[in-house]
Design a protein around this ligand. Structure first.
Ligand code: PLP
Length: 261
């Protein structure tokens, strides 16, 4: 079979810039077939999130099973999971139906606008049940602090945080540097055979809505194609950089990326 399959477990963004919509566009840009298990419906645009409706956990489970039992997947990505009950059901269902399939966990917590996309009491469930299943976990700096307890963001502290995430059971961790104030954004990848840094100049733009979702799904699409993790991350990071540079400037707030290549 030449066409690879990606299962995306995430929330819907009505404005099409982040979440499921960004994930599908990204998978398509990489020539990968996208399936979805929707965890939450959000009403949002470039200025913020106005409503969130979490999907009942059993419906999330049934979506995952429906995809995996029939079509199957070459990689899986998780994004917004909304609450602890959904995190629990996603972890249990993946354990049962997706052993051995590469899993990218984007531990989405708070939107750029400040809206909560994961109930704070669900963070420990992410740590205990989901991160141990991850091939790669992709926190930004605020998420890294919450998950690992680090308080500083110098390189040594971020490397320590990656080690903590790997001790929790993730095979690899990519700590994203976008929330730093540096002119160069360094994303640090630590995996079983070493460490790599992906450095890109910070682009002067407010149009970065959905960059985290896009990066994680680009990595997952490349893992679905069988690429090694360092190559998957490098290609995904280049794609996100180009997409930010091409952002169409839609909306009055943080606009979406341009996903065409
Ligand atoms: N909405 C959904 C459904 C998401 O999954 C995410 C991020 O993962 C966001 C919004 C946040 O997007 P941003 O912080 O880039 O605005």
């Amino acid at each position: 079979m030449s066409l690879k399959r990606l299962l995306i477990i995430a929330g819907s963004d009505s404005s099409g810039g982040a979440g499921i919509q960004a994930d599908i566009k990204t998978a398509s840009a990489f020539g990968v077939y996208a399936m979805t298990a929707i965890t939450a419906i959000t009403a949002q645009n470039t200025t913020g999130v106005t409503a969130v409706h979490a999907v009942p956990p059993d419906i999330v489970r049934q979506q995952i099973i429906a995809c995996l039992k029939d079509i199957g997947a070459d990689a899986i990505k998780t994004g917004m999971l909304a609450n602890a009950a959904i995190v629990r059901v996603v972890a249990a269902t993946l354990k049962e139906y997706a052993p051995g399939i590469p899993l990218v966990v984007d531990p989405v917590m708070v939107a750029t606008s400040g809206a909560a996309l994961l109930k704070p009491d669900a963070e420990k469930t992410v740590i205990k049940q989901l991160i141990p299943l991850a091939t790669l976990v992709t926190p930004n700096i605020p998420e890294t602090k919450r998950l690992t307890g680090i308080t500083r963001t110098d390189r040594a502290s971020l490397r320590k945080a990656a080690a903590i995430l790997r001790d929790m059971g993730a095979k690899a961790a990519l700590i994203k540097g976008g929330h730093s104030s540096k002119a160069t954004i360094d994303d640090i990848l630590v995996w079983e055979h070493g460490e790599d840094t992906f450095g890109f100049p910070r682009l002067k733009t407010r149009h970065t809505h959905g960059t985290g979702c896009t990066l994680a799904s680009a990595i997952a699409a490349n893992l679905a194609k069988g690429l090694p993790i360092t190559v998957a991350v490098a290609k995904a990071r280049e794609y996100v950089q180009a997409a930010i540079a091409d952002a169409p400037g839609f909306g009055k707030g943080h606009g979406p990326l341009n996903h065409m290549v």
